[in-house]
Design a protein around this ligand. Structure first.
Ligand SMILES: NC(=O)c1ccc[n+]([C@@H]2O[C@H](COP(=O)([O-])OP(=O)(O)OC[C@H]3O[C@@H](n4cnc5c(N)ncnc54)[C@H](OP(=O)(O)O)[C@@H]3O)[C@@H](O)[C@H]2O)c1
Length: 241
């Protein structure tokens, strides 16, 4: 049986992804802060679930706990770093939390997972970044996701340079209906968590390096990358008022 760990799965995309992986026969390890919620989710999985408390703001501890969970599961094939924080119009404390979790926390566990895969000689690391990584529309959030995307690319290069069969997948969702986006105005092409999880699973199965979720967000990505700064400023000006 294949084994996977999803970090950040008490709600939203991570929760749906745990169910999707279990439905495809994966034994799943669940990590995050909301232990009771993860235990409830684990109890409904026919393949069983291993729950581990993990706070990505405590980076050293999170790395130890990830290694413990891998050991407790007798090794894993796949680690998904899904945890993330986003705030609308954040003040500095909220921006700091975004940076702590999405940058420091992300790197701490993504790197730990990669260290394990390098030692094992194989594996698959998936990071959930965002379409927001492509332009600086939301200071800390966009910046944090751009960091995560580049960090993943660097980890992938390291494995490729050594010729190791280790996959690294960068998942860039557009809008998904989750607690993070609840009440947010101006969203479009909003996917359900189940749709997002199904597309993420497909990308994992196909060992993709990069995927937009849902796929039509590839169009927005293409436009976002191609537009010169003055046009981005003009188009987004009204939204920011
Ligand atoms: N929804 C969207 O439209 C959208 C779009 C692009 C990218 N994303 C990304 O997709 C990922 C999932 O987000 P979501 O929309 O599903 O939001 P969500 O429902 O709020 O889920 C966020 C997850 O992150 C975990 N988390 C938060 N702080 C943590 C911490 N300090 N330590 C460990 N885990 C922590 C939470 O678990 P605990 O509270 O149990 O710790 C939760 O499972 C995020 O990385 C987000 O940035 C979402």
């Amino acid at each position: 049986m294949k084994k996977a760990i999803v970090i950040g799965c008490s709600t939203g995309i991570g929760r749906a992804l745990v169910r999707e992986l279990a439905a495809h026969g994966y034994e799943v390890g669940l990590a995050g802060r909301s232990v009771s919620s993860m235990e409830e989710l684990a109890s409904e999985l026919s393949t069983g679930g291993h729950v581990k408390a993990m706070d990505l703001k405590e980076t050293a501890d999170a790395r130890v706990r990830l290694a413990e969970l891998i050991d407790e599961m007798g090794g894993v094939d796949l680690v998904v770093v899904n945890s993330g924080v986003g705030h609308h119009d954040p003040d500095w404390e909220e921006e700091r939390e975004i940076i702590e979790v999405n940058v420091m926390g992300f790197a701490a566990v993504a790197r730990r997972a990669m260290e394990y895969f390098m030692e094992r000689g194989s594996g698959h690391l998936v990071g959930i970044t965002s379409i927001a990584a492509l332009r600086g529309l939301r200071a800390a959030y966009s910046g944090s996701k751009a960091f995560a995307a580049i960090y993943l690319e660097a980890l992938r290069l390291k494995a490729d340079w050594r010729g190791l069969p280790i996959q690294v997948t960068d998942v860039k969702p557009g809008f998904v209906a989750t607690p993070m986006t609840r009440g947010r105005e101006g969203m479009f092409w909003v996917a359900t968590t189940e749709e997002a999880a199904a597309q993420i699973y497909r990308a994992i199965r196909k060992r993709k390096r990069h995927v937009y979720v849902t796929r039509r967000w590839r169009l927005i990505a293409w436009v976002a990358k191609a537009l010169p700064y003055p046009l981005v400023a003009l188009i987004t000006r009204r939204r920011q008022r």
